[in-house]
Design a protein around this ligand. Structure first.
Ligand code: GLU
Length: 400
């Protein structure tokens, strides 16, 4: 059930049996129906899943995913990743997630607002007492978070709001900022390469991938391929990322952008220094991991590598910086937004980026040290670090 291999972790750190019992399964899961009558003829129904995986270190933190194929299992998996992500980044949150099974592209803005309002009505108690603090995930955005805020009038009950209504400057860019920073640290400390000598491929051009590509381009790296759901573009001399960024902002996707095409499958197999899968789960798997030619992978998406794919990458000595570190920039910025909401402070974008880079930098250094000392992959090193934090927190709370 859990996506953490406790047997493996126990070789490198002490995990008492009661701690494993608690961390290996969700604290609470709920499934409910959201039905909204939007006209005399039409009712929209969405299955909704809410998982609080673990709250020993603070409120359940994690986004709301709106997708036509979302399941309880996927929501649980994502909630669990939030537990390890927040522990690794040492921010005072637990892990949770919501999933609503509906296709956001088939909803008008009006319908989506009605849906979110109904979600808030059904979750009002838990959202207003701070038990669960949502944020955007795939299919939801800052406007949706503003709707949640507008229903409850509690600034800290939700993060990822637009900056004008209690949001944080830099929150939108924060996940991509963290992914690009992780890529730059990987180049500097692991591959020993200057950004200007580096070739990078980015899968996914949504909120995470587009900013990752933009920041890496700004740092001087050659971004040789990008893609979104419909495929992508490549140029061995480096793509004009600011132009593609502007194109995707204007048109909603890369569809129709000029340039040499590349499929999503082929993008993953390019010979690059850093490959950043920033789209969705299970992209690197048993079938393609043996053919990957990247020197390092930074996981911008949640769970882009299957356990089978991971085994192959480890055997082939391809460095994979795991999602719980690489994409933690989003939830780290959420922490800054939550702190701002609680204190009433005003935060500059530079401060958001500084906190994101500092938290990721500390976790990255620990990961590299631990991986070298114990001769373990980066993923295991990150999990060992997070496990130590979680076990100590369980002791501090007198749960074990
Ligand atoms: N959805 C993002 C993630 O998977 C952000 C969650 C948050 O900020 O709470 O990390």
């Amino acid at each position: 059930m859990s996506n953490v291999d406790f047997e493996l972790l126990r070789k490198y750190t002490a995990i008492p049996a009661p701690a494993e019992r608690i961390l290996a399964r969700p604290e609470r899961e709920t499934s409910f129906d959201i039905s909204i009558k939007i006209s005399a003829e039409q009712v929209i129904h969405g299955d909704c899943f809410v998982v609080y995986y673990n709250t020993v270190r603070g409120p359940a933190k994690g986004g709301i995913r709106l997708a036509p194929d979302v399941t309880l299992e996927e929501t649980r998996d994502l909630a669990e990743r939030m537990v390890w992500k927040t522990a690794l980044a040492r921010i005072p949150f637990g892990g949770g997630k919501s999933g609503i099974r509906l296709d956001p592209r088939k909803l008008s803005r009006f319908e989506k607002t009605a849906l979110i309002k109904e979600y808030v009505h059904l979750m009002a108690l838990e959202l207003s007492n701070g038990m669960y603090v949502p944020a955007p995930d795939m299919g939801t955005n800052a406007t949706d978070m503003a709707v949640i805020f507008g229903e409850l009038h509690i600034p800290e009950c939700v993060t990822g709001k637009p900056p004008r209504v209690g949001g944080l400057p830099g929150r939108r860019e924060a996940t991509g900022r963290g992914v690009s920073h992780t890529a730059l640290l990987t180049l500097r400390d692991v591959l020993k390469k200057k950004p200007s000598d580096a070739r990078v491929a980015v899968q996914g051009f949504g909120n995470v991938g587009s900013y990752t590509a933009l920041f890496l381009h700004e740092a001087g790296a050659k971004v040789v391929a990008v893609s979104d759901v419909n495929g992508g573009l490549q140029d061995p001399n480096g793509l004009d990322i600011p132009a593609l960024f502007a194109y995707a902002q204007k048109n909603g996707s890369l569809d129709g952008a000029p340039g040499k095409k590349i499929s999503n499958d082929d993008l993953l197999l390019l010979e690059v220094d850093v490959l950043a899968p920033c789209a969705k789960e299970d992209q690197i798997h048993g079938e393609n991991a043996g053919k990957i030619r990247a020197a390092a992978i930074v996981e911008g998406a949640n769970g882009p590598t299957t356990p089978e794919g991971d085994k192959i990458l480890n055997k082939r000595k391809i460095f994979a910086v795991p999602d719980i570190l690489t994409n933690a920039g989003g939830v780290i910025a959420s922490y800054v937004e939550w702190r701002q909401a609680k204190s009433g402070a005003i935060t500059a974008k530079e401060e958001t980026f500084q906190v994101v880079e500092e938290r990721i930098g500390i976790a990255f250094d620990d990961m590299v040290k631990l991986a070298r000392a114990k001769k373990i992959p980066f993923r295991t090193a990150c999990q060992v670090s997070a496990a130590e934090e979680l076990v100590s927190s369980l002791v501090d709370r007198d749960w074990i």
